[in-house]
Write a protein that binds this ligand. Structure first.
Ligand code: PNS
Length: 160
């Protein structure tokens, strides 16, 4: 039986931190589905289609990884794709409350879905998509934190 993990998020945009967690997930999952949330309530910088397109470019070499759009409850999506695990990253104590609350709610809604928390590589621990957006918006160099194609997309967004 193949073990399917869902890695959900806004991915606004996908960073090296996300990439790191996706590759770590492949150590225990046969397939990882990167579930790009609608996140319209968060007024994302990139549209959902743009975020999916960037994730597809970044993850093009990973045959066991699939990028999909999702809207609505994560547990419904997970059930539909046959996932038994949901992967989230824990970077710092600050992430804990929100992640713990989400994990407990997801378990309440769908007990067969197990939440798995991964710790990113040390040099990516303080990385977040929001800080990448902020630095890029102010004209800073984000090349250490995102794939070159994502860097180009950020430049294009803020050049407008
Ligand atoms: O990258 P983010 O923005 O922290 O990702 C948050 C996300 C999309 C994983 C979370 O908001 C989510 O799962 N949304 C779907 C709605 C849902 O299932 N809510 C109930 C669980 S708390």
């Amino acid at each position: 039986m193949s073990r399917v993990a869902v890695y959900p998020g806004s991915f606004d945009p996908i960073t090296r931190g996300h990439e790191d967690l996706i590759r770590r997930s492949l150590r225990f999952a046969d397939r990882v589905i990167v579930a790009v949330a609608d996140s319209s309530s968060k007024s994302p910088l990139f549209t959902q289609d743009e975020r999916i397109q960037l994730a597809n470019i970044v993850l093009a070499g990973e045959s066991a990884v699939e990028v999909r759009a999702f809207k609505g409850l994560l547990v419904d999506f997970a059930r539909d794709v046959g996932a038994t695990m949901v992967v989230r990253g824990l970077r710092a104590v600050a992430d804990f409350d929100y992640e713990f609350q989400m994990a407990l709610m997801n378990r309440q809604l769908y007990d067969e879905l197990e939440s798995v928390f991964l710790v990113p590589a040390l040099h990516l621990t303080y990385l977040s998509a929001s800080i990448v957006r902020e630095v890029a918006r102010l004209g800073g160099d984000v090349s250490a934190f995102v794939h070159p194609e994502v860097g180009r997309a950020l430049k294009a967004k803020f050049a407008r």
